[in-house]
Write a protein that binds this ligand. Structure first.
Ligand SMILES: C[S@@+](CC[C@H](N)C(=O)[O-])C[C@H]1O[C@@H](n2cnc3c(N)ncnc32)[C@H](O)[C@@H]1O
Length: 383
């Protein structure tokens, strides 16, 4: 896990640290860096160029709010310039098959998209994900903003498309598979046996005779998915379903056991799947009984989903706006290496404290989901 000894040693030399110490196992390469992220990213360029698999950025959104641990109000130009400069630095740190995920809300989304297009190239834009960050109505506002966004870029879209992970089948998807005819091959779901006639061949138009003698025709504008000989073969193999009484429109059986590929990630991420800001705050309340609550944490489930899609165990994850340490905690639990940078003093009160708990086997967030038992370690640096 973590970064190999070479870059770590070089990093130790490159960084003019006033403080460094390790928690848990030494030499993992996992690093929490206290300081301005631009300075840190420039140092990392000397040691970690081309080695980050996933960068997650959750910058202040420039929405005019004032939070307990940081201010979120800059001039628009200043804000955009600051984030763009950091994206340029991050691009150089990415692996060829790496990706960048940026959390943002309506205030700056569209300006940031144009700027990020310039840094990564429009062809490397993967998509915009909508995250349902709250499920309750915000009555004090003109519109209750219940969602925000993730802008996703690949360093090289072809390379990334080859390595992008599918998501595991959910219980909801598995529940769609039943075994209505006690098929020894196990649960199946039925899909349409007819398709749009766009590229149809004449062999796909015929009267299909069901085993009970009933004759079926494809609906208007559609044709059968298979030619007649192939369809009859599938019927003999018990791969076509005509309903319990044998009279229903034919459908094809698709077996759960054949579903090797997972799910393609969708662009709508619901609160019940990846949590809300309130889920994240409840988790922080359990973690920090004495410390002031961090206002804008992300739920561990949200970062878990991002890392599931974009990384494998041992890959390096970078978060230059670490906040309360969510990305580092999730990367640690998922056996990814990580570098987290945070300018605020809460890197000690929140991130370090949180990661020490994680090393000790902390049970909140995604811990139960992945059976986290504790272990590993990290280094702390102050620039
Ligand atoms: C929205 S919060 C991140 C929250 C985080 N994702 C979490 O789950 O807790 C943004 C963080 O970026 C930090 N930040 C802002 N400017 C920074 C800079 N130049 N260098 C490092 N950190 C910075 C702020 O102090 C704040 O903690």
């Amino acid at each position: 896990m973590g970064v190999s000894t070479g870059p770590r040693d070089q990093f130790d030399k490159a960084i003019k640290r006033v403080e460094k110490w390790s928690a848990g196992i030494e030499g993992t390469g996992n690093a929490l860096i206290h300081g301005d992220n631009l300075t840190a990213l420039r140092l990392l360029a000397r040691t970690h160029a081309g080695s980050v698999k996933c960068a997650y950025l959750d910058p202040p959104y420039n929405n005019g709010e004032s939070y307990q641990h940081y201010f979120d109000s800059m001039s628009h130009d200043e804000w955009l310039e600051a984030v763009t400069t950091r994206l340029q630095q991050i691009r150089a740190l990415l692996r060829e098959d790496g990706s960048v995920w940026i959390s943002i809300d309506d205030s700056e989304l569209h300006y940031l998209k144009v700027s990020a297009d310039e840094v990564f190239g429009r062809n490397n834009f993967v998509g915009t994900i909508i995250w349902e960050r709250r499920t309750t109505r915000e009555n004090r506002k003109v519109l209750s903003r219940n969602h925000e966004y993730l802008l996703v870029y690949a360093k090289n879209i072809e390379a990334w498309s080859r390595v992008r992970n599918s998501l595991p089948l959910t219980q909801d998807v598995k529940k769609r598979y039943k075994n209505l005819d006690s098929d020894p091959r196990g649960p199946w779901q039925s899909v349409s046996a007819n398709v749009q006639e766009g590229h149809a061949t004449p062999q796909q138009y015929y009267a299909l005779r069901a085993p009970n003698g009933r004759v079926h025709h494809p609906p208007k504008g559609r044709c059968w998915v298979y030619s007649e000989p192939k369809m009859l073969e599938e019927i003999v193999k018990n791969n076509v379903w005509f309903g319990k009484d044998g009279n229903a429109v034919p459908r094809l059986k698709r077996f759960l056991t054949d579903r090797k590929k997972g799910l393609t990630p969708e662009t709508l991420w619901r609160a019940d799947e990846v949590g809300t800001t309130s889920t994240a705050k409840k988790h922080l309340l359990e973690l920090f009984k004495e410390t002031s609550l961090f206002d804008t944490p992300k739920p561990e489930q949200l970062i878990y989903r991002i890392l599931q899609i974009s990384t494998h165990p041992g890959d390096l994850v970078l978060d230059p706006y670490l906040g309360s340490g969510t990305t580092a905690a999730v990367a640690h639990k998922m056996s990814r290496g990580y570098i987290g940078i945070e300018v605020g003093a809460h890197i000690k009160t929140h991130c370090v404290e949180r990661l020490q708990q994680v090393v000790g086997g902390e049970k909140g967030g995604i811990s139960k989901l992945i059976g986290w038992q504790g272990g590993g370690g990290f280094d702390f640096y102050r620039l």
